[in-house]
Design a protein around this ligand. Sequence first.
Ligand SMILES: Cc1cc2nc3c(=O)[nH]c(=O)nc-3n(C[C@H](O)[C@H](O)[C@H](O)COP(=O)(O)O)c2cc1C
Length: 213
Amino acid sequence: MIANTFEQVIKTRRSIRSFTDKIPSRQDIDVLVESAIYAPYWGATGIPLWDIRKIIVIHQDSEKMKRLQKLLFSAVKKNARGLNILLKLLPFLKKKMWPFANILKILSENGMQSLYQAPYYIIIAERKWFPPIEKQSIAHALENMWLTATNLWLGFQLLSATGGLMSKNKEFLDILGLEKGKYQIDWCLVGYATKYPKKIKEFDKEKFVTWIK
Ligand SMILES: Cc1cc2nc3c(=O)[nH]c(=O)nc-3n(C[C@H](O)[C@H](O)[C@H](O)COP(=O)(O)O)c2cc1C
């Protein structure tokens, strides 16, 4: 296998939304979760990192995964219906909210294919504190895992769009062993991609950067 340079890892990181049933090795998953532990976190809490950040690795074939999927899918359906009604009542919200409402509509009609394919579902839970910057911390942990997954030729999908739906769902949190209200959660799927995007995206730096001298 050809080694990646750091720059290649960053530039080839992509969202994978379709997975094979090949199961990544325990060793690779260990490297992946370890990278999440080393990501930055809100350090001024005075509590140990293992209590600030929880990493929950769930196997596709487990009983708990089936229960989580069921809860998530019914939350997606309920929210898709709710948003649909809201946008009918308040059409001026459409411009901003339609893309997300549409994603939920498609997921609720067609199912969440990758959620039932990927061998691993990994949840990051971060203690809520003051100021409330746990979402940023989670993003650091997820990005570390994403880049590590890319380096290991593993496929990775963020499921953040549905994360907010479950952070307050007691039944869902109980399965994860998390106390309601104490943690923010977010998640991803990991496995092998059915197909990797071939082309590296090219961006024009000048469109993004402002230099102030
Ligand atoms: C905060 C955040 C939430 C995201 N949520 C999802 C998600 O729920 N499902 C998904 O498939 N991709 C999700 N993505 C991935 C983006 O759609 C993706 O990064 C973007 O389309 C660019 O494609 P690339 O990752 O292949 O470069 C999310 C990205 C971010 C930053």
